[in-house]
Design a protein around this ligand. Structure first.
Ligand SMILES: C[S@@+](CC[C@H](N)C(=O)[O-])C[C@H]1O[C@@H](n2cnc3c(N)ncnc32)[C@H](O)[C@@H]1O
Length: 394
């Protein structure tokens, strides 16, 4: 025990290795006592790891309550599609774990619930260099129907954060770039945020045809990458090859959709990239990894083709089996369930809708998966979608 604590103490002192230390304390139930000792050694890290420990098994491992960051009310003030725990996790991650140098890259901020959590964390990080920026990319429109978007934003109109001119843009075109600017303009973190209206192509045809697509700002140095706008297989490839090519080992990559049942392309990407990524932490559907070895664009091309059809059913079955085994090992029942649904979603995408349906129906009958029955039922109606949003029906 004393020896294990000593090793953790060294890991925690070396800031670059903190993610590894956290992985150690989170990953092994037998180390619960060591974890508590480590927490007393390094409360900052324990707090961040505690936040990460939202999974059932992990919570038992940590036996720590996630502390609320100071600006919790601010994190909750915006409507967001990330859960409150995910926004607290992002805050803690950028306040405590991010090295403070290099830039943060976000794709898919929507109106900026996650942007606020990340930027507030960056602001609280004593190691932040003055040059560090949060570059955030989206298509800033076409996500909700205009009337739905107006409804979603109603609390912000009522609070006076948004005014008549914004209502017009929302109701006319469903666009939310100016809404984003109005929300974040007068905040303490405003100077950190660089908003870019540059969409990801969702198909190779779009990439060949469209202008003004996503590209990293010249000089941007991705030290951390938050992914919430990769809503297609091809978009994921396009974004990851550009950002990883510019990132160095030690960079953090956080996927909000890793545990979202429709987005099988995200865990498939992580699996395909292999040992270049190592897991750091997770909360709800958000999973974080750190880059262990350099990943050039050509490395992505070698393992992740333009479309999943090129890999085939056996590849997906094997990949998701391995990922489920990992989830079982870390006591992550939610991921075990979701990965099985994502496996079926991949099959449906490849045209095997009958097999996909049979597998999800079998899951529905198992007591182990009962806590996620609503998700399983939703997947039975449609487990995933094609670029542009067309639902695949079973
Ligand atoms: C789930 S929402 C993000 C939620 C947000 N992070 C929050 O805190 O509420 C997904 C976002 O991805 C964006 N998105 C979807 N497809 C995209 C694409 N091809 N290129 C850029 N952004 C895209 C949408 O416009 C939307 O803002």
């Amino acid at each position: 025990m004393a020896r294990a604590v000593a090793i953790l103490r060294v890991l925690l002192r070396l800031r670059a290795l903190r993610p590894v230390a956290i992985l150690v304390v989170r990953g092994t139930a037998a180390l619960a006592a060591v974890t508590r000792r480590a927490a007393s050694l390094e409360p900052e890290v324990a707090a961040a790891a505690g936040l990460a420990a939202a999974g059932g098994g992990a919570r038992a491992t940590m036996a720590l309550d996630p502390p609320l960051p100071e600006p919790a009310a601010e994190l909750d003030a915006l409507p967001s599609e990330a859960t409150p725990a995910e926004r607290r996790f992002l805050y803690a991650f950028f306040a405590h774990l991010w090295s403070g140098s290099g830039d943060v890259i976000e794709v898919g901020p929507f109106i900026g619930g996650t942007t606020r959590a990340i930027a507030t964390g960056m602001l609280a990080n004593p190691r932040r260099t003055p040059q560090a920026r949060l570059y955030t990319y989206d298509r800033f429109g076409g996500y909700y129907e205009p009337d739905e978007l107006a409804q979603y934003l109603a609390p912000l109109f009522e609070a006076g954060v948004l005014q008549g001119a914004h209502r017009e843009a929302v109701e006319r075109a469903g666009s939310f770039g100016e809404v984003f600017d109005a929300i974040h303009r007068d905040t303490p973190y405003a100077e950190l945020v660089e908003r870019r209206d540059k969409p990801l192509p969702d198909t190779a045809e779009e990439a060949a045809r469209d202008d003004g697509l996503f590209e990293l700002d010249p000089g941007a140095e991705p030290a951390a990458i938050f992914v919430d706008g990769c809503k297609s297989w091809y978009g994921t490839k396009y974004f990851m090859r550009a950002t990883l090519d510019a990132a160095r080992p030690g960079a953090q990559v956080i996927f909000q959709d890793y545990g979202w049942y429709t987005c099988f392309w995200i865990p498939a990407f992580v699996h395909a990239i292999g040992d270049a990524f190592a897991p750091t932490a997770w909360v709800d559907t958000t999973y974080a990894f750190h880059v262990q070895t350099p990943v050039a664009a050509a490395d992505v091309d070698a393992v992740y083709p333009d479309a999943p059809d090129e890999l085939g059913v056996d590849w997906f079955d094997d990949a998701f089996r391995q990922m489920r085994e990992d989830a079982v090992r870390r006591g992550d029942v939610r991921a075990e369930t979701v990965l099985a649904v994502q496996n079926a979603a991949a099959l449906a995408y490849l045209g095997e809708t009958g097999e996909a349906r049979a597998r999800i129906e079998r899951m529905r009958g198992r007591a182990r998966f009962r806590p996620l029955r609503p998700m399983i039922d939703a997947a039975l109606r449609s487990p995933t979608y094609r670029p542009g949003g067309e639902q695949i029906r079973l």
